[in-house]
Design a protein around this ligand. Structure first.
Ligand code: ZN
Length: 331
């Protein structure tokens, strides 16, 4: 177990044993279930989590996300306003696996005051062979589990059961909404598997600005190369860029991708580099890696974000994808 992973585990174990569920699955402490008609307050870090929580708890709580459209969670430092929001929330959800690296102190701080603070990846942490770790000595566990829909499905019961701890009266509602949402994600997962298998085998290579797509690659059979590492905190070197240009030219990769929450200068440098060597590679589109699209749009939902990514990648790499929404609505 590496340093980051073990630090994270200590935080989790600390939170779990002190404030959340004990090993037996029984609550260690009882929370104020707030008998008044007022909705309770839930604050989430990234949009992908806000989306799950909104789907399950939207009728009973005010659900607010902190890290919005186009914002990189690896680099995000909570503002004073965020800290106030977090400390006034009744329940807080975050991804964990150090995705919100610069929020750890604040999250640990509010948890130590007895607030219900939950990492939605907690169930995944217990599965020894699910998580991807980088084997380059950087000692980093890959936090981007939402990229594999079957991985993100594991976060849904964590949310439902945490809501049930805070608000036991509505346990059945949380569980049934969780089941409905999970069914939608299962259909999305099946769509992703089906369309990505239409990409010609030699072209199943996804090159992006940072290394956020390894879980997607493993789930849907695509080789993945990111210019920057799993966190955008580290800079890409000139050597990394040159190696990737070699790879693109050798494999005749048709398209590379930019990301909505990461600067695109490195991806543009790859395109220029390959063109200088006589291979025309295009920017196949913009992918949502660590943040969803604009609130209120389809891409501003988890399903829309993944649909957009899968459909964009598949079509740019020579496969055929009509779009999950189009398939579901029959349009
Ligand atoms: Zn990332």
């Amino acid at each position: 177990m590496n340093f980051y992973r073990s630090t994270l585990c200590s935080i989790s174990v600390f939170l779990i044993s002190h404030f959340l569920l004990g090993c037996s699955g029984e609550p260690d402490v009882s929370y104020d279930t707030d008998g008044s008609a007022e909705p309770y307050k839930i604050v989430c870090t990234v949009g992908m989590i806000t989306d799950i929580v909104g789907n399950l708890a939207g009728d009973y709580a005010e659900v607010e996300g902190i890290i919005g459209e186009g914002i990189d969670p690896h680099l995000y430092k909570p503002t004073r306003g965020d800290v106030i929001k977090l400390s006034q929330a009744d329940v807080v959800f975050y991804n964990g696996l150090l995705l919100e690296g610069k929020m750890t102190d604040v999250l640990v701080g509010i948890a130590s005051k007895g607030k219900l603070v939950k990492a939605v990846t907690e169930a995944i942490l217990e599965e020894t062979d699910y998580l991807l770790e980088k084997d380059d000595g950087s000692a980093y566990t890959d936090p981007h589990v939402w990229m594999d829909v079957s991985g993100w499905l594991r976060a849904i019961p964590v949310v439902a059961e945490t809501l049930a701890v805070y608000d036991p009266e509505n346990t059945q509602a949380y569980r049934s909404k969780a089941a409905v949402y999970a069914e939608q994600l299962e259909a999305l997962d099946a769509y992703a598997k089906e369309v990505m298998s239409t990409i010609p085998e030699s072209q199943r290579v996804l090159i992006t600005a940072h290394d956020a797509f390894q879980y997607l690659g493993r789930a849907y059979g695509i080789e993945v190369r990111g210019i920057q590492g799993m966190s955008t905190e580290s800079e890409a070197g000139v050597r990394d860029l040159e190696d990737l240009v070699d790879f693109i030219v050798e494999r005749q990769i048709p398209a590379v991708f930019v990301e909505s929450s990461v600067a695109d200068k490195n991806v543009r440098a790859l395109v220029e580099g390959a063109r200088a060597r006589g291979h025309d590679v295009i920017i196949g589109g913009s992918l949502f890696s660590d943040a969803m699209g604009q609130a209120g749009t389809y891409e501003g939902t988890y399903i829309g974000m993944i649909d957009s990514n899968v459909t964009t990648i598949t079509n740019a790499l020579g496969g055929q994808a009509a779009g999950f929404r189009e398939v579901v609505t029959g349009e």
